[in-house]
Design a protein around this ligand. Structure first.
Ligand code: SF4
Ligand code: SF4
Length: 198
């Protein structure tokens, strides 16, 4: 035997369901937003951001890379191709051709970790757009960036290495930073309350 319940006139007009839906919408209006108006609002970047890999360029315009091939060997995506050659500079070799296929790159950062010369770092460049596949293969002319651009990332990467040597070092540094922040906040609060009393 089928049991059926008669709907009230309000239910027939879907009024309770509409009211519940509006209540959910109203609650959501006051919640913090998780969406952003990209590209007008770009994604925030920090030294931790692992963007596309880029090569370090010295002030005289030469690459820091000595064409040792370690990054090429470490790259799990086979994205790096290097042809090294002799040079008259104080180093023995430098890359004549250094290419990264950004369609292969998985932004893992292994090249950065493998490099013994601080010559390749993960940049804060996140955007990739090109009309052809060939345009995604970046050569020396599109990979080199002034050394100063990597200052924060270099410090961060050295921190990681420090952690590997001494696992408690990073925690210590985090604790020091936290203590410093708390001290500054206390000072600001004290200054604020002193200003309020005058
Ligand atoms: S970030 Fe990873 S995948 Fe990309 S080039 Fe470096 S090692 Fe290869
Ligand atoms: S590991 Fe560093 S120095 Fe060696 S080829 Fe790669 S970028 Fe150049």
């Amino acid at each position: 035997m089928r049991h059926t319940r008669r709907l009230s006139p309000a239910e027939r007009l879907f009024l309770p369901a509409i009211a519940r839906g509006l209540a959910i919408t109203l609650r959501a209006i006051f919640r913090p937003r998780f969406t952003r108006q990209y590209p007008e609002e770009p994604i925030p970047v920090t030294p931790v951001t692992r963007g596309q890999p880029r090569l370090v360029q010295f002030e005289d315009g030469s690459p820091a890379c000595v064409s040792c091939g370690l990054c090429e060997y470490a790259c799990p995506a086979y994205a790096i191709t290097i042809d090294g050659g002799e040079t008259d500079r104080f180093i023995e070799r430098e890359p004549k051709r250094f290419e990264i296929d950004m369609l292969r790159c998985i932004l893992c950062g292994f090249c950065e970790e493998a490099c013994p010369k601080d010559a390749i770092f993960m940049s804060q460049e996140l955007e990739m757009a090109a009309a052809t596949r060939e345009d995604h293969i970046l050569g020396l002319d599109r990979l080199l960036r002034p050394r100063a651009e990597f200052a924060e990332r270099m410090e961060y990467v050295r921190g990681i290495h420090e952690r590997w040597k001494d696992p408690s070092a990073l925690q210590r540094r985090a604790h020091e930073r936290w203590t410093e922040q708390a001290r500054r906040k206390e000072q600001e609060e004290a200054a604020g309350s002193a200003g309020g009393q005058t």
